[in-house]
Design a protein around this ligand. Structure first.
Ligand code: HEC
Length: 155
């Protein structure tokens, strides 16, 4: 089994006209998840408490290190010298559409990295809902949004 005539990945291959074992997919090939990913990206789910809670959890994993727990842009990475992001309630960010925020997570923005590979579309929408919740909390004068004791930690 271990010894058999075969081509390894990206090996030279005399068998094919292209001379390589890596064959291009037939024209018009669509990856299995292309359509479902595009659909999940274009249709925001209804905002529910469960969605916002999921967004809170994902935000604390992926965004809090720079944007801070409250969204003020004062996360630990910023404290160590990374360029500070604007607070989520910066007039331009607060006025941006949910689709723009989704797009920022997907493709990155300026020095912020893209998260398309790490955060699936459904979770991107959940995070967008939570960012909006942080904006509302700030507008209402909440000093910080502290999760209940025993959950996944403050800042
Ligand atoms: C490594 C640090 C870092 C992480 C992690 C990070 N960001 Fe950012 N983000 C930034 C910086 C810095 C900017 C400002 C970029 C610029 O203007 O060049 C920014 C900008 C933004 C903006 C403003 C975009 C605009 O139109 O002005 C939003 C919204 C945002 N980030 C959301 C998020 C969300 C949501 C996450 C988590 C999925 C996240 N960021 C993760 C550093 C980060």
């Amino acid at each position: 089994m271990t010894k058999q005539p075969k081509y390894g990945p990206q090996a030279a291959a005399a068998l094919f006209a292209s001379g390589t074992s890596a064959q291009a997919p037939p024209e018009g090939t669509v990856a299995q998840d292309t359509q479902s990913l595009a659909q999940a990206s274009s249709i925001p789910p209804p905002v529910t408490l469960a969605l916002v809670e999921r967004g809170h959890e994902r935000h604390d994993i992926f965004c809090k290190p720079c944007h801070g727990a409250s969204g003020a842009g004062d996360g630990t990475i910023v404290a160590r010298g990374f360029p500070p992001p604007p607070p989520y309630w910066d007039a331009r960010v607060a006025a941006a559409t949910p689709a723009h925020l989704f797009d920022v997570i997907t493709h990155g923005y300026g020095v912020m990295y893209p998260y398309a590979e790490r955060i699936p579309p459904a979770d991107r929408w959940a995070i967008v809902a939570y960012v909006r919740a942080l904006e509302v909390a700030h507008a209402q004068g909440a000093p910080d949004v502290q999760p209940p004791a025993g959950s996944h930690g403050g800042r």
